[in-house]
Design a protein. Structure first.
Length: 266
């Protein structure tokens, strides 16, 4: 991991992965500073205890609640030598409104800039995959699973299903997710009409997310797909680590000597 920004630069870097189940933040030069459930505890009335709220849900982001959570968790977190550059992971199929809501929530960190990276691309960067070759990425999160085709590091197709790692200890649930992933992979490959199709399928699948921590699910998926299934090291934190890689790239970019941080592809 890169060393901290020198004080004269007067700004730090944070990689942020907001998930419906967990929130992870990586500080440039400091490593992982947060890996906590995505919950907030609003003040309760006199007649009841605190209520747990889940402020970050796909298609239903509570901007104020998410901002309140980040402010509470990071208020005494990494030192702020100035306004940080924030690299924010965004699932491919969340859509513009959800991405805008996530960006609005991290404004509580007083960022110098907020740059977004598709979660699938961040996962590939964490795995140090060759992005000059087509790549299929499956991100099995807590409640949603995305299958994404990257060509030259750019998303060219994606599928999502409302099934995830929660409940995978149950054999029927694991079988349902395997079936769903197999269908998504087939749809992505069949729907692509570029020359990327055969090499992506032959290369196999890069698997991340909490589902990749379940050996039984991984074995069953590999048998069903009949292609190699490569699990990213520490698959549950791959997205935030990939975003941190982009922070390091921004630091080394010539534009980091000026006032404008290096751009990160959407």
């Amino acid at each position: 991991m890169s060393t901290p920004w020198p004080p004269e630069r007067r700004w730090t870097g944070l990689a942020v992965d907001l998930g419906s189940a967990r929130t992870r933040v990586w500080s440039l030069g400091g490593g992982m500073v947060l890996d906590v459930p995505t919950v907030t505890f609003p003040d309760a009335g006199p007649d009841r205890g605190p209520r747990t709220l889940h402020p970050f849900r796909r298609h239903a982001v509570d901007v104020a609640g998410t901002a309140r959570m980040l402010d509470r968790l990071l208020r005494h977190g990494p030192p702020r030598l100035g306004r940080p550059l924030v690299v924010l992971t965004t699932p491919v199929l969340d859509g513009v409104p959800c991405r805008a809501a996530a960006r609005a929530a991290v404004e509580v960190l007083r960022p110098r800039a907020v740059l977004t990276v598709p979660t699938a691309r961040a996962v590939a960067l964490a795995a140090r995959e060759d992005l000059s070759r087509p790549l299929l990425v499956v991100d099995a999160g807590a409640r949603f699973t995305e299958t994404v085709l990257l060509v030259d590091g750019v998303v060219t197709d994606a599928q999502r299903v409302a099934l995830g790692a929660c409940g995978l200890d149950d054999d029927p649930a694991s079988a349902r997710l395997v079936d769903a992933v197999a269908a998504m992979v087939a749809a992505v490959v069949d729907g692509d009409r570029t020359t990327a199709e055969p090499p992506a399928a032959a290369r196999g699948v890069l698997l991340a997310g909490g589902g990749a921590l379940r050996p039984g699910f991984v074995r069953r998926l590999a048998r069903r797909l009949d292609v190699p299934v490569k699990v990213v090291p520490a698959p549950d934190t791959a997205a935030v680590r990939g975003a941190a890689e982009l922070l390091g790239s921004a630091r080394r970019h010539p534009s980091s000597t000026g006032d404008v941080p290096a751009p990160v592809p959407e």
